[in-house]
Write a protein that binds this ligand. Structure first.
Ligand SMILES: [Zn+2]
Length: 465
């Protein structure tokens, strides 16, 4: 395939004109090129071609499932009355799956509330954080009927009579999976944003998830290249060119932190297997705990802090000393910023979802959307990184604004080295995204509607007419 008259950006984001030839899944020639006989030619009209975007923190299966789910929180549903109407108007008699609930609608929905106000069918509603599921009585009955095969510990986690179940995402999706979620639709949506690779950060990813992803890729139902992070036992699996091994994922909760020595051992063990550790840190407590463990393990380099939602100034230096990297979500500034401005003490607003101060202190930084807990569109994340605008039009922490080039860089790193922008160069994978304008225009208007064509492994996977 020949891409005629493209604009490429060099390592300093200076534009230059060239044609691009793709062959065998790679970029094979740059320069002024004439079409071969029967070669497919795409005219780029001097618009910019960038390396395909990599979402460095995502949850593909939950995202696919979310496409079959009802929104149960703001902005779609903004009052408890709306929620009741929404729940009762979905047709069907099997599972009703709701997502995005937030306690601003009503503090304590539980089994009894759902029985009273929801439809007479099994219902489960997920809190926006992803951690809490609330089930009605019919739903609880159904999962308990199927829970025979579970261990005693797993059964206990499902035994809460209030119907409010924490951290049972994987258990519930295994017990309720009547049919697999529409991964193909999810994958095509991501392709329309120019996403060609994803690091799936689901803590429960295990050898069975790997097998499933690999089958989906073989069947062309999962277009993106995937790096799979997750459980320690993934280290023993066999991976491929399109499905690679990611970090050991550790999910920390302030109220239930792991045993410190066990955590340190896990870091050391991962390191011995040449595998990095990625730690979910959305609070200062979790971050301090993680920094101490990294220090104790003595092998922190290249390990990842996921989210790093709250970083007091004195901890930036520690991140840098320990050579830790941060993968964060600037999209949350836009999506949740107004809630932060209301609920987080003013003195801590400057600590939230930092970007610029990390770059300035040479802490390696990359972005992921955390889809579906964040919106899946990397362009919105880039925009929020540059203007720090909340959905309500406020500005959160303007000192953390970065340039469009820095924002783009957050999604340009390779899955295996997220912190350095890839280039469109000879020999590089033909994972590309053609936009509909030159970079000097797009940089002023970071928006997914500029994506015109997405190519993965030399194949066109998305084309906008
Ligand atoms: Zn996540």
């Amino acid at each position: 395939m020949l891409l005629k008259d493209t604009e490429l950006l060099d390592s300093k984001f200076r534009p230059y004109s060239t044609d691009i030839r793709l062959s065998a899944g790679k970029v094979c020639e740059l320069g002024s090129l004439s079409p071969w006989a029967n070669e497919e030619v795409i005219e780029a009209d001097n618009c910019v071609v960038i390396p395909g975007l990599n979402d460095h923190h995502a949850h593909l299966v939950s995202y696919a499932a979310s496409l079959n789910s009802v929104k149960c929180g703001p902005p779609e549903v903004s009052s408890i009355e709306d929620l009741i109407i929404t729940l009762n108007q979905v047709p069907g008699s099997d599972w009703l799956r709701g997502i995005g609930f937030h306690e601003s609608l009503c503090a304590n929905i539980d089994r009894v509330w759902l029985d009273q106000h929801g439809p007479k069918r099994p219902v489960r509603i997920q809190h926006r954080s992803g951690r809490l599921w609330v089930l009605n009585s019919l739903g609880l009955e159904l999962i308990r009927e199927r829970a025979d095969a579970l261990t005693g510990h797993e059964r206990r986690r499902l035994s809460e009579t209030s119907g409010r179940l924490y951290d049972v995402d994987e258990l519930i999706s295994n017990l309720t999976r009547a049919e697999p979620p529409p991964l193909m639709t999810a994958s095509q949506k991501l392709a329309s944003f120019g996403v060609t690779g994803v690091n799936d950060m689901t803590p429960a990813n295990d050898p069975a998830s790997l097998t499933w992803f690999s089958e989906l890729q073989d069947e062309n139902k999962l277009l993106q290249k995937v790096m799979m992070s997750g459980r320690p036992e993934l280290s023993e699996c066999r991976f491929s060119d399109t499905l690679s091994l990611g970090s050991t994922k550790v999910h920390l909760h302030d109220y239930d932190l792991p045993d410190f020595p066990d955590f340190v051992d896990l870091i050391k063990k991962s390191h011995r297997q040449s595998r990095t550790v990625a730690v979910h840190c959305v609070t200062e407590v979790a971050l301090v705990f993680t920094l101490s463990a990294m220090r104790a393990a003595g092998c922190s380099k290249d390990n990842r802090i996921e989210h790093a939602s709250v970083i007091p100034p004195e901890l930036i230096r520690q991140l840098q000393e320990l050579e830790l990297a941060v993968v964060t979500q600037p999209n949350f500034v836009h999506e949740k910023g107004d809630t932060y401005l209301k609920e987080v003490p003013v003195s801590e607003h400057d600590y939230l979802y930092r970007c610029r101060s990390l770059i300035d202190e040479n802490v390696p930084l990359a972005f992921g959307t955390d889809l579906p807990f964040g919106k899946p569109n990397p362009w919105s994340a880039m925009r929020a990184a540059t203007d720090r605008q909340t959905g309500g039009g406020n500005v959160l922490n303007s000192a953390e604004c970065i340039t469009p080039e820095q924002a783009l860089t957050g999604f340009l790193g390779a899955l295996e080295s997220p912190f350095e922008a890839r280039q469109v160069s000879i020999g590089a994978d033909a994972d590309l995204c053609l936009l509909d304008a030159p970079w000097h225009e797009v940089r002023m208007d970071l928006d997914a509607r500029h994506v015109k064509l997405t190519i993965i492994g030399g194949e066109v996977v998305y084309f906008r007419d």
